[in-house]
Write a protein that binds this ligand. Structure first.
Ligand SMILES: Cc1cc2nc3c(=O)[nH]c(=O)nc-3n(C[C@H](O)[C@H](O)[C@H](O)COP(=O)(O)OP(=O)(O)OC[C@H]3O[C@@H](n4cnc5c(N)ncnc54)[C@H](O)[C@@H]3O)c2cc1C
Length: 450
């Protein structure tokens, strides 16, 4: 029996044909229309999950490798994170900084990872162009804002490393320049500006990827949760409530929404964590003036428990951060109130503003803070990509491309740490939520919010 908000650690599947959540992005958007899987079908490659990873994989398989896959999505296209995120197209994924990446794997791998992250942004831009996707891109870059004075030095060091090692065009912005050109906030002591990042409408991007994949020859079935996966000879049979699919190969692209006991390749190898967003009423001209927010501003802060915000094209402010721990608490008003409180602390000129939308989604966190794009078995039948730790608009699109290459046996892949090993198993998986609770308390204590 499903609780009202799907919980991957407790429920056996995400549901069947559930509507989009009542998010800002879903307003006025019809579900992407296609029939559920029915009867007995066969395919070369079955892809589970209709988000960016699964859809990008499907498009790349069909358009670049001559393989026509079948995508099975439990609910609607982009029903998971891909239709619920903040729409920040960022340079990176996971939670490791470039200096951590360098000390873990050495300079050559750090260069390869940097190149991959930048290519991921280009992949999103290329797909938007090829598919003429009307996902309302907003250019102008993104700010990583030092929320206190101590973080300023860290940002300056990061800027030096990024410029010198990788030739990154980012630049440090002083508190005065922030005040003059970007926003008025007592919690903005300096920032890094990443000029190549951009914002978009995430759900329109997901539906655009689905159109492209279908046009290229993929079969896509929403309302088709996979409720059982079992081997059949050297093939794999997937069962949904209304049909069954026999596949030569399987791609698991269900990410943070992957049910707890789903497939041995992914079970206990990630931790679904809730991230939540509020969107305010449109800012008046006076509120825009008082907050100093400039059109298209996209920012994230340097707190342990990071907050991110974005001025949307209709002058509403999107503000996101951590959510509840359990699915059944996801919609509790306390989390909406908490986001609104931090928003006001960040931008005091907006005191009194209302949050008109509030929603949450499950991101997939890996034990060692970086994702995998993985072939899970020796035979080359089962593949997955997950563990993006909440940063996946660009990386999921790129991971789909890399998954397609792996599935097609393309050996022309860069030697990236993400592809060298499977996701590690959480040692005492049943206590993951207790660990998160402790982490949140420590984080709130460090961030001075307790
Ligand atoms: C609130 C929030 C804000 C975020 N903001 C940003 C951001 O601004 N920038 C950024 O880079 N990243 C952001 N992210 C993360 C980003 O959205 C994800 O990393 C990315 O969308 C993952 O895409 P995906 O295709 O791998 O997974 P998803 O989009 O989550 O898709 C997985 C799909 O699998 C389906 N599924 C699961 N189980 C089954 C089954 N048994 N059968 C069939 N289908 C199944 C689900 O229904 C779901 O639709 C945010 C995430 C959240 C929740």
């Amino acid at each position: 029996m499903l609780s009202s908000f799907y919980d991957p650690l407790l429920d056996s599947n995400p549901g069947t044909g559930l509507p989009y959540p009542e998010s800002y992005w879903a307003q006025g958007i019809s579900p992407w229309s296609a029939p559920a899987l029915s009867g007995e079908q066969q395919t070369e490659v079955a892809v589970i999950g209709g988000g960016y990873t699964g859809l990008s994989c499907a498009w790349h398989l069909a358009s670049q490798h001559g393989i026509q896959p079948t995508v099975l999505e439990a609910n609607q296209i982009g029903w998971g994170c891909s239709g619920r995120n903040g729409g920040f197209v960022l340079n990176g994924t996971g939670r490791l900084s470039f200096s951590q990446i360098e000390s873990k794997w050495g300079e050559q791998s750090a260069q390869a990872v940097y190149a991959e992250y930048r290519q991921a942004i280009d992949t999103v831009s290329a797909l938007i162009e090829v598919g003429s996707i009307p996902c309302e891109p907003v250019y102008g870059g993104y700010l990583k804002i030092a929320h206190n004075r101590q973080s300023v030095e860290e940002l300056k060091q990061q800027a030096t490393l990024m410029r010198n090692k990788f030739g990154d065009p980012l630049r440090f912005i002083s508190a005065q320049e922030l005040e003059q050109n970007f926003l008025h906030s007592p919690q903005a002591h300096g920032a890094l500006h990443y000029p190549y990042s951009f914002g978009l409408h995430p759900l329109k991007l997901a539906q655009g990827y689905a159109n492209m994949a279908r046009q290229a020859g993929a079969s896509i079935h929403p309302q088709s949760p996979v409720i059982q996966i079992r081997p059949e000879g050297n093939k794999i049979r997937l069962l949904t409530p209304s049909g069954s699919l026999l596949a030569n190969k399987l791609v698991i692209a269900s990410n943070g929404y992957t049910p707890n006991q789903f497939h041995s390749a992914v079970d206990k190898r990630h931790f679904p964590v809730l991230s939540s967003i509020i969107v305010t009423s449109p800012l008046s001209a006076a509120q825009l003036e008082a907050s100093g927010l400039k059109s298209g501003l996209m920012a994230m802060d340097t707190r342990t428990l990071k907050y991110y915000y974005r001025l949307l094209p209709d002058n509403r402010l999107l503000f996101g951060g951590r959510g509840a721990i359990r699915g059944k608490d996801a919609n509790h008003p306390v989390y909406k109130k908490r986001l609104l409180k931090v928003l006001i602390q960040t931008l005091p000129a907006l005191d009194g503003i209302q949050a008109e939308y509030f929603w949450s989604g499950w991101v997939s966190v890996s034990l060692d803070d970086y994702p995998r794009i993985c072939q899970a078995d020796d035979e080359g039948r089962v593949f997955y990509a997950m563990g993006y730790c909440g940063s996946g608009v660009s990386f999921a699109s790129q991971a789909g491309k890399r998954l397609a290459q792996r599935v097609a046996g393309d050996l022309n892949l860069p030697a990236l740490p993400f592809m060298q090993s499977p996701l590690p198993t959480f040692p005492i998986a049943q206590f993951r939520r207790l660990g998160l609770w402790a982490f949140y308390h420590l984080g709130r204590f460090r961030d001075g919010l307790l």
